[in-house]
Design a protein. Structure first.
Length: 124
C-alpha cells in the first residue's frame, strides 16, 4: 500500500474507524437489506475517507476543499441513513451512540480542516 500524506491525517484515520463501526453495525441488519439500506450506509461511510484522500491528492486548494466538502456531505447522508435504520428498528439508539459521536467528531474535524485550507495564504 502507498505511504502518502492522507494516511497521516487524523481526520482520515478517524473516518477509517467510522467505516469499521458502520460495517460492524450493519452486519446486524436483516438479510433482505444486504443490497438495500445496509449497502447504501456502507457506501456513504466509505465515501468519507475516499474523498478525503482524493481531495488531499489534488493540486489546488479549491479542488481539495471541493472533495472535503463532498466527504462532509457524505457524513450528513450517513447520519440520515442511520436515522432511517433506527426508525426501521434495524438499530437501537444505544447501538448508534458511538457512531453518532464518531460522525459528529469527524464532521467537526473536516470543518476545521476545510477552514484551515481556505485560510491558507498560499496561492491556489
Amino acid at each position: 500500500m502507498l505511504e502518502i500524506s492522507h494516511k497521516k491525517l487524523d481526520v482520515w484515520k478517524k473516518s477509517i474507524e467510522l467505516v469499521s463501526e458502520v460495517y460492524r453495525l450493519t452486519s446486524k441488519f436483516p438479510i433482505q437489506e444486504q443490497y438495500g439500506l445496509s449497502s447504501q450506509i456502507r457506501r456513504s461511510a466509505i465515501s468519507v475517507p475516499s474523498n478525503i484522500s482524493e481531495g488531499v491528492a489534488r493540486s489546488s486548494k479549491s479542488e481539495t476543499v471541493r472533495f472535503l466538502d463532498i466527504a462532509r456531505a457524505s457524513l450528513v447522508e450517513l447520519d440520515t441513513q442511520i436515522e432511517i435504520a433506527v426508525k426501521l428498528n434495524y438499530l437501537s439508539d444505544s447501538d448508534t451512540t458511538t457512531l453518532s459521536e464518531m460522525i459528529n467528531h469527524t464532521f467537526a474535524m473536516l470543518s476545521k480542516f476545510i477552514k484551515s485550507i481556505k485560510n491558507d495564504k498560499r496561492s491556489d
